[in-house]
Design a protein around this ligand. Structure first.
Ligand code: HEC
Length: 105
């Protein structure tokens, strides 16, 4: 029993590390097109009160998404963004940040 628990913990840790080191950009792309593009635009340029996501590095994007996921108010329109970040997993955030920072210049 103890061994099984240890194995389970080790597997979780290894999987977590592997995905944190190698974000999946194509998963980020498909998530972006279904959940984010309607506000931020298909190439992240934004429109009206929806900010542009171009020219940001992945640390910036992921830290913003974590703040919104935690329900923190960042700007005047955070109320529109918080519900969209609420359901994101750590992997989702890493994948989105990798996609956005590399594709939206
Ligand atoms: C309903 C429209 C809407 C959707 C859908 C949406 N966002 Fe946003 N997003 C906003 C608004 C509005 C802001 C500005 C919030 C503020 O004032 O703090 C924002 C802010 C952001 C920021 C911070 C930008 C900056 O310059 O600091 C990031 C990053 C972001 N969104 C990424 C995403 C991602 C990734 C998704 C998809 C999971 C997404 N958004 C879905 C409306 C939206």
């Amino acid at each position: 029993m103890k061994l099984a628990l240890l194995l389970a913990a080790t597997t979780t840790l290894t999987t977590g590390l592997a995905s944190a080191e190698e974000p999946d950009k194509s998963a980020g792309e498909s998530l972006f097109s279904t959940s984010c593009a309607q506000c931020h635009g298909p190439s992240g340029k934004g429109m009206a009160s929806f900010p542009s996501l171009t020219g940001r590095d992945s640390d910036y994007i992921s830290s913003r998404l974590m703040q919104y996921r935690d329900g923190k108010k960042v700007g005047a329109n955070s109320g529109l963004m918080i519900p969209n970040a609420a359901g994101l997993s750590d992997d989702d955030i890493a994948n989105l940040a990798a996609y956005i920072s590399s594709e939206f210049q």
